[in-house]
Design a protein around this ligand. Structure first.
Ligand code: DLZ
Length: 194
């Protein structure tokens, strides 16, 4: 069973730098979504060293983290050669960043950033508030900064729905893959629009 989205398009991501910020709430759903997004980035040619992964506690924190990650990448780009990475500036502790030797760490502003979170209504008293605020916040960051922010936030009624969207049920589709493809397409288009 596949979603009703557009047919997948593969764009050339070999010159792109992509950030991913994901929440740690509902990690069993987040993990396959993250893996799906990264798999498609790589399939499009995005280099490992050009994929920077950050984590935040929950979806609520996604907008500020995406905003700061992008700002840090711009600062770094302005002072290229001075060392450090956007992840350092945000205080990253993800293994992805830790495993990047600084000499091969990419520099420059991100071409797109994927925000990944899973909000399950049954578990969240303020589901509507969080979902609405996070959506608005991510859109605001995207329009304010001009960097495409890919909306990888699942807002579902229960864990079963989340599993279906993460490709964890036989025959279901992993939406993380769509987010990876969308990031590359929008990153390429952003460069063309610059
Ligand atoms: C508090 C909370 C709850 C109840 N549920 C979720 C959830 O389903 N998904 C998610 O990403 N985060 C949840 N959180 C955490 C909030 O997003 C946030 O991290 C905390 O309220 C701290 O600001």
């Amino acid at each position: 069973m596949h979603n009703k989205g557009p047919a997948p398009q593969l764009h050339d991501g070999s010159n792109l730098r992509i950030g991913i910020v994901h929440a740690r709430w509902n990690n069993t759903i987040i993990e396959p979504l993250l893996a799906g997004a990264k798999a498609k980035l790589k399939e499009c040619g995005v280099k490992d060293s050009n994929i920077v992964v950050q984590t935040v506690p929950g979806s609520w924190e996604l907008p500020i983290a995406v905003q700061r990650l992008y700002a840090a990448s711009q600062v770094q780009s302005a002072s290229a050669g001075s060392g450090g990475s956007a992840g350092d500036l945000l205080g990253s502790s993800t293994t992805d960043l830790a495993s990047l030797p600084s000499a091969s760490s990419s520099k420059g502003p991100f071409d797109a950033i994927i925000a990944i979170g899973v909000l399950i209504k049954g578990e969240t008293m303020h589901f509507e508030y969080i979902a609405g605020s996070v959506s608005d916040g991510l859109m605001r960051v995207s329009l304010d900064t001009g960097v495409p922010v890919i909306f990888g936030v699942l807002t579902v009624l229960n864990e079963e729905q989340a599993k279906v969207r993460a490709g964890l049920i036989v025959g279901s589709h992993n939406h993380g893959e769509d987010w990876g493809l969308a990031a590359v397409e929008m990153g390429v288009k952003r460069k063309a629009w610059a």
